[in-house]
Design a protein around this ligand. Sequence first.
Ligand SMILES: *Cc1c(COP(=O)(O)O)cnc(C)c1O
Length: 372
Amino acid sequence: MPESRRVPFFDYPRLYTSQGKEMMGVMNELLSRGAFIMQKDLREFEESFAEFVGSKHAIGVGNCTDGLQLALMGCGIQRGDEVILPSHTFVATAGAVNAVGGVPVVVDSGADHMIDPSTIESAITDKTKFLMPVQLNGRVAEMDPIMKLAEKRGLTVVEDAAQGLGASYKGKKAGTFGKAAAFSFYPAKLLGCFGDGGAVVTDDDDVATNIRAMRDHGRNAEGRIAQWGINSRLDNLQAAILNHQMKAYPDTIEHRRKLAARYHAGLSDIAGLHLPPPPDSDPNHWDVFQNYEIESDRRDELKTYLADHGVGTLIQWNGQPVHSIKELGVRGEAPNTTRIFQRCLLLPMNQLLSEEDVDHVVAVIRELYGVA
Ligand SMILES: *Cc1c(COP(=O)(O)O)cnc(C)c1O
């Protein structure tokens, strides 16, 4: 019998309480300065974030969904343009396309749950203008064939890198492949703030200037209204919190990779499970494990059994990949994604977990499968 232990899927209070004293200090200092909107803390965060990602510009925005909209607008999306994206993503990816007048079209995912490049070409029509790979679960998609296809067919690539901060493919980091990319700082994301937050990155000076103005009512660097815009600024308070989180981020990634390796060592001999590729198993991929998404032949039973033993799990997107949401009527086919969603489950994976927590989850799963 595994010992009794509670492993919540994500312990939201501990995001703060695990570093409450320092965070109080950061917030108190900033609030006492009255530095609420677009102050030096935001500029500092944008600089260090761009440097970490390896892009020329980073622009803090209200959340990743706004960031995707601003990225598409900044890259010149027109009403009716079709945008290809994987069905295995948050509805936000498709929703951002829809919100700026585009038409989302979904394609399938492969064995590693990333967009399957071989399903993209047949989804391209005369109206297709953008390709939006999703750097899912802390892994970068197979970007060589994707970029090659985009070039051949004249498509602009905008990455949904909400789950990809720090992950790389052939040494190149998520967010640096396309014309622009957006990241999320939702609390449970890799780099979480205390509310909503996001950033857009790009190497293109004109796209950056355009997005920088658009996120602040269309105001240019001199503060004059130069174009239409919206209000989607990253709060200065969140930027200061993120500046603080950023310092520990390399350790966060190392810790997540260590936990992933531990899950793999503990579960890889169970025949009914399909696991994510373990760290360092493929020299082309450096994964940061936003999530640990397994497949199980007894998924629903496993989810209940884990819950009964104090372990929180999640079926990603509440079990609704984009093509399955009938109310939205998004075009495209994704049979392998349908199969994945009969089997997939997110095990607890975050920087607040200990190796003992992972050992407990492993022991409960082994018990259900009846392996010693
Ligand atoms: C979380 C997430 C988003 C949305 O991010 P927000 O900051 O909450 O808007 C978009 N795409 C993916 C893949 C995500 O995981």
